[in-house]
Design a protein around this ligand. Structure first.
Ligand code: FAS
Ligand code: PHB
Length: 389
């Protein structure tokens, strides 16, 4: 089988790239390890930057996000019983949109169906070949048979545990990693959100986040031990702990209910350099991971897709190599700014097991300075709503 761009991974990065290239008449085939139902069952990101919305609009699939997504003009950071609201509108006049990654993926799959994009589910043993040639290919197993997909380019959109990054020879890639000594225990509940904006809470018992998917579906997280397990947490235990970590007025207003999803996500910062090797281009979690504190994982996959979409369109339009040559450097320049912001938000809001009394005082001083300094709030707002592409 032959295509122009082989895309490994049918998550948001792979599907968004396929739909943007389809708009330009560029043929793609998406190879996905899991079933469609499995991909759609994942509960992950909840906040979209304007850049992601604009890309969805470019692909012709922003209508539902615009109609059902909830614009947020600010967010709240609390520390103990105090809180400070970061006013996006006042500082950067740009909102974020609360719209779950699950919904984005649904919209992307609907678009792929409508455009007749080939998304092949259930592949295994995916291997990349001849990346340093002009005729790369991908082999894979499907239903017991071996297949080869020849192509001009391969987009590695297969996430942190995928095979694409590993296809770059070890001596040609450099890894940067920081693993945080805690995880996030997340709960989804059919309850009204505790507040009309997100609340990021730093408490002496650890971090908590009050988020939402819509006005009747809430998403909450509490920092937990790195080796914790979902089975250690009954719903009642989760709600009690969440109440202890958010300011009293919100704890009293909290509406609890049965969890319809409960999971623990590890936290790490991770970057692979370069994001290109020959005809292979890495996008999204395949190339970088951020702790979810800054709501940047999905949104940074979007900026990678933007750069690669532009570069591939130029190549197919008039053979221009410049965009492809520039891709890795251009994408990484934004990735590292996002890594810094996500690391900073995580360091500011979590309690670290080895934190000294001095470290705690620094964290409290940083929060107090943020609460007292409009310029500092403006910097947080600029990064949170999304840096320019
Ligand atoms: P994805 O991991 O979403 O997609 C990669 C796809 O490739 C998957 O469908 C996988 O099945 C497939 N694949 C893997 N190996 C393959 C192979 N060998 N062959 C074929 N297919 C293969 N971000 C936020 O902003 N906020 C959050 O709250 C948040 N929470 C998260 C919680 C968890 C548990 C995880 C893992 C991530 C979370 N993220 C969050 C980050 C997340 O949203 C990612 O940034 C986003 O899914 C990135 O999209 P992709 O790069 O497409 O990677
Ligand atoms: C979410 O709603 O899942 C969410 C929102 C903001 C974050 C992380 C997760 O920073």
């Amino acid at each position: 089988m032959k295509t122009q761009v082989a895309i490994i991974g049918g998550g948001p990065a792979g599907l968004l790239l396929s739909q943007l290239l389809c708009k330009a008449g560029i043929d793609t085939v998406v190879l996905e390890r899991q079933s469609r139902a499995h991909v759609l069952s994942r509960i992950r990101a909840g906040v979209l930057e304007r850049g992601m919305l604009d890309l969805l609009a470019q692909a012709g699939i922003a209508d539902r996000a615009r109609a059902e997504g909830i614009p947020h003009d600010g967010t709240v950071l609390s520390y103990g019983a105090q809180e400070v609201r970061i006013d996006f509108k006042a500082h950067v006049d740009t909102p974020v949109t609360v719209y779950g990654q699950t919904e984005v993926t649904k919209d992307l799959y609907d678009s792929a169906d409508a455009n007749g994009t080939q998304v092949i589910h259930g592949v295994s043993d995916v291997v990349l070949h001849d990346l340093d040639s002009n005729t790369p290919s991908v082999t894979y197993q499907l239903d017991g048979a071996s297949h080869r997909l020849t192509c001009d380019f391969i987009a590695g959109c297969d996430g942190f545990h995928g095979v694409s990054r590993q296809a770059i020879p070890a001596d040609k890639r450099r890894i940067f990693e920081k693993v945080y000594p805690f995880g996030w225990l997340g709960v989804l509940s059919r309850t009204p959100p505790v507040h009309d904006e997100l609340i990021y809470a730093n408490s002496e018992r650890g971090f908590a986040l009050c988020s939402m998917r819509n006005t009747s579906l809430s998403r909450y997280y509490i920092q937990c031990r790195q080796d914790d397990h979902v089975d250690n947490w009954s719903d009642a235990a989760f709600w009690d702990e969440l109440r202890r970590r958010i300011p009293p007025q919100h704890a009293e207003a909290l509406v609890t209910g049965p969890s319809i999803e409960k999971s623990i996500a590890p936290l790490r910062s991770f970057v692979c350099e370069p994001m290109r090797y020959g005809r292979l281009f890495l996008c999204g979690d395949a190339a970088h991971i951020v702790p979810p504190t800054g709501a940047k994982g999905l949104n940074t996959a979007a900026s990678d897709v933007h750069y690669l979409n532009q570069a591939l369109r130029s190549w197919y339009a008039d053979g221009a190599e410049a965009g492809l040559e520039r891709y890795s450097e251009q994408a990484l320049a934004r990735v590292w700014k996002v890594e810094r912001f996500s690391w900073w938000m995580t360091s500011l809001l979590h309690r670290f097991p080895d934190q000294s009394e001095f470290d705690l005082r620094m964290q409290q001083a940083e929060l107090a300075a943020l609460a007292a300094t409009p310029e500092a709030q403006a910097v947080l707002a600029r990064n949170y709503v999304g840096l320019p592409y």
